[in-house]
Each structure stands twice: as structure tokens, then as C-alpha cells.
Design a protein around this ligand. Structure first.
Ligand SMILES: [Zn+2]
Length: 229
């Protein structure tokens, strides 16, 4: 925990920036400064990234507050360069609780997205300005990022929230362990498609996501097979 920077606490939930996250922000600032030769551009770019990660923190808080409703404490929320993690003290055993906790995160992003869309529309900002163009461009991009976060997280594959949603829905009909096996299988299939699609398009990011999801989907099945009978 030492290398992690404590950002603050919201509603009693401790929020940390992992040291790799802080390093990434400094690195990105340097990158924009060098490639654009402008402190202003670098600050604008970092503002966008900070706004997106702020949205991710709110997403994690959505999980944490919903878990608290079911009496499950959250140990902490930590931000990594690839996203945030709310560490729950334990996983809910009731499928309905897991479903609501999983959905709470993406629901926050949808709410933020709709809020920003209304803000942009009401204030008459054109939503076509490019990234870094002006403030309306920033709002538009943060709005899009939030809708993307909601959709991406709802992909029905572990370790995404959508994987938990799928498992919870299945667990209402079958045993928890079987539900996990099926959800893990679906997740690995989706991960495989991501990877193949990425390979066909020579898209490294998609291929990386595919591998990341594949490992996560397998791991969830392993953990559950060890802890559940
Ligand atoms: Zn989430």
C-alpha cells in the first residue's frame, strides 16, 4: 500500500491511486508536452484523462454503495492504468445482490453520460467539436467515454461487470458453480472473438483486451471451483 497515493475518501470509501497510475499520468503529460510542444495541450489532454478516470472512480463507488446496501463492506478502491477496482470484503452469495452490485457501476456511467448530454444540449454546445478543440469538445468526449465505459463493462465476460451479470442471471436458474462455468465459457468465447477480430484487423489493443478477458474469465472459474462445492 505504501507506493499508493491516497486520493481521499467518499462516503467512508478509501480511494487510492496505484503508483503505476501516477507514473502513467506524469508520462502522458510529458508525451503530450513533447509531441505538441504546448503545456496547454498537455493540460487539456490530462484533463480529459482525469475526467474519464474520475468517471471510473464514480463507477467503482456505484459498486461500493450498492454492496454496502447488502451489508458488504468495501476494503478500498484503487485506480490502475487499465481501470479501477473496488475490493469487496466478500462476494455476495445471493444472485440478485450480485446482479445489482454489478449493474450499479455501469449505471453510474450511463447517468453521467445522460447528464453531460443534457448539459451539452441545453447549453447549445455543438457536439461536433474535436478533441482538444474547446470545452464543449471535452464535455462531448467525456460523455462518449462514459457511454463507452457502460457498454464495455457490460460485455458478458469476466472480469467485466457483464460477466457477473450473466453469472447472476444464470445462478437464478442453476447452481452457482455451474452458472460460473457457463459464464466463464461464454466469456472465454467472447475473448477469443476479440482476439481473432483484433488479429484480422492487426489491432493490438483488441488483441490485448482479448487476452486480458480470456485470463480473467478462466481465473473466475478456477477461484469459484476452489471456493464453492
Ligand atoms: Zn464495474
Amino acid at each position: 500500500m505504501k507506493a499508493n497515493y491516497r486520493l481521499g475518501a467518499v462516503g467512508g470509501f478509501e480511494i487510492f491511486l496505484h503508483w503505476t497510475f501516477s507514473t502513467m499520468m506524469v508520462g502522458l503529460f510529458g508525451y503530450y508536452l513533447i509531441t505538441h510542444g504546448s503545456v496547454f495541450v498537455a493540460i487539456q489532454a490530462l484533463t480529459f484523462i482525469a475526467a474519464v478516470f474520475g468517471s471510473v472512480i464514480l463507477h467503482e463507488l456505484g459498486h461500493a454503495f450498492m454492496a454496502r446496501r447488502f451489508g458488504i463492506p468495501t476494503l478500498d478502491i484503487t485506480m490502475y492504468p487499465i481501470g479501477g477496482v473496488a475490493r469487496l470484503e466478500r462476494m455476495p452469495t445471493e444472485p440478485r445482490q450480485e446482479l445489482l452490485i454489478a449493474v450499479a457501476g455501469p449505471a453510474v456511467n450511463i447517468a453521467i453520460g445522460i447528464g453531460l448530454l443534457m448539459l451539452g444540449t441545453m447549453s447549445g454546445w455543438t457536439l461536433s467539436n474535436g478533441f482538444l478543440a474547446q470545452n464543449s469538445g471535452l464535455i462531448e468526449n467525456v460523455m462518449k467515454a462514459n457511454f463507452f465505459l457502460a457498454v464495455f463493462n457490460l460485455i458478458p465476460a469476466f472480469p467485466m461487470d457483464g460477466g457477473r451479470v450473466l453469472r447472476a442471471l444464470l445462478a437464478m436458474k442453476m447452481r452457482y458453480k455451474s452458472a460460473t462455468t457457463v459464464a466463464s465459457f461464454v466469456g472465454q468465447g467472447i475473448a477469443g472473438l476479440f482476439f481473432l477480430f483484433g488479429l484480422a484487423q492487426l489491432n493490438i489493443v483488441l488483441m490485448f483486451i482479448g487476452m486480458f478477458v480470456f485470463v480473467g474469465a478462466r481465473q473466475e472459474a478456477l477461484v469459484v471451483s476452489q471456493t464453492h462445492t
